[in-house]
Design a protein around this ligand. Sequence first.
Ligand code: WT7
Length: 649
Amino acid sequence: MSQKIESHLVENRVFKPSKEFSKAARISSMAQYKRLYKESIDKPATFWAREAKELVWQKPWKKVLDWKAPFAKWFVGAKVNVCENCVDRHLDGPRRNKAAIIWEGEPGEKRTLTYQQLHREVCRFANVLEARGVKAKERVLIYMPMVPEAAIAMLACARIGAVHNVVFGGFSAESIIDRLDDSESTTVITADGGYRRGKIVPLKASVDEALKKYKKVERVFVYQRTGEKTTMKRGRDLWWHEEVASASGKHTPKGFDSEHPLFILYTSGSTGKPKGILHTSGGYLVGTYVSSKYIFDMQDDDVYWCTADVGWITGHSYITYGPLANGITQVMYEGAPNYPDFGRLWDMVEEYGVTTFYTAPTAIRAFIKAGDKFPESRDLSSLRLLGSVGEPINPEAWMWYHDKIGGGRCPIVDTWWQTETGAIMISPLPGCTPCKPGTATLPFFGVDAAILDETGQECKANEGGKLVIRKPWPSMLRTIYGDKTRYKKTYWNDYPGMYTAGDGARRDKDGNFWIVGRLDDVLNVSGHRLGTAEVESALVSHKAVAEAAVVGKPHEIKGQAVVAFLTLKEGIASSDKMKVELRNHVGKVIGAIAKPDAIHITPALPKTRSGKIMRRLLKELVATGKVSGNVTTLEDYSVIAALQKELGK
Ligand code: WT7
């Protein structure tokens, strides 16, 4: 039986940036992209050294790269302070008084921090951390709502060389324990609470619960966000505002080794124990700085907004580090996108004149489901560039984003990357790359991406295979914290010296990369290996469908049968007739082989807290009627019961 992943989805729409956009962009022609790309692959040291020189190094590097697969060292011998590059670097010129962060709380408060103010706040908190005995290399767990202090805490850690370990504020006490334990953290930075969908998330209470089981934490800094009554443990808990009150706003940033650990971020992957992905200083800084600059075409008058939470890698690389290293003005929002209704984000785009907007397909599909009236009643004309990240964006969602949010004029950068890669790896450059809805298009500078078959040969055009990166890149993970064996086994075991991403993909005849889904999710129907993304996109291209998730169910003859789970758009009711129509629709778009054997219409799909559909749970549900294993990353547990009911289990 062939192990190749087949691909049937055809997309012919092509969107090129306008002449106007191209002319003003940092990279304005494909010839320029190709020239720089070639240099970045053939002479990586030349390319990366030139880019890195735009940043501040306290001591220059001796060598750009030291590569003993699978262990890389970048900017070897250099001394750097990542925080200095994100903050102090901008104080000498006109950026000093430029807004760094424009923040809105969910209840509606507004705050702006200029670079000068950000610097002062970061310095004060860095001084507090040091005064309270936090040392370089010590692990600090950060569990915060989306307030500027979340970024300030990260930057203050970076400034003193402490290693932050941010845990998403939506995770439970249980997740905090696991992450404290694995990283052996001694310090926690949290808040009394945060606002989400009109309610208070009691963050400090979760920390207290976790610290009943994990005893090695010596100090807990508590930022006062909500003013709710909070119990403070004597000798351990410290109010942020009391601590910074007398702290100096000046702090000298010390240079750390380029390979000094910057942070650990846990990622669950699809199964098993969370992996502590370790990123280091110099290479990560350069990778996020350069990718932000070119992919979001950062210009000094932009107002950039990434809607991710700092608890995810997107919030690390494209809120805290990359954009601030570029001296950009950014918007930060605390709460839910549908609070008080689905117009909230568009109100903010209008109010702050947002030019660049970066979000996830799951959010886009939720906006589509809620109806066009929300974006249509706001002035979104300040937008010039849109971005997407986290999952394959269904062509239908891409078109809606392009038309309804981008007014047909904004390029969309569909950015493929991972917690492990640290920075965007495959993406259009907005001033030159012709975009097709559904593809992340071409590799970024320095990224030697390829699709290989089981034997290690490169696949032909439109043949599906495994996505790999054949050369090291500056922002790559350095290891799984405390587990080199797992690092090697997970990422470097398929082909010698190459990084396996765990995604299935194909390249079209123009070289564009199409991600067809996680390899663990691939379907095998009568010997045909099908990626989940294509079947799902075919379903979403039907006007009634809001979201789709497709999984395989064991089948005596076919090996696997295709089972589809769908949510419908607002106001559309399910019927048997519609299910027949949807099956035929998939047959028409992809081919008979992909027609779902069963279609289940449900109010919601099981998702991780970052919005990724958990196909593993659906697969288990159709096979056994139950779910097992780690479900702590599931966003809403009640979805499972609804699905069991729909399946009659
Ligand atoms: C996985 C990584 C990257 C930050 C957020 C997620 C999927 C991500 C895309 C995209 C298709 C994508 C992949 C990848 N993914 N971006 N533009 N198109 N798939 O980080 O949680 O580490 O997840 O997300 O499957 O492997 P993560």
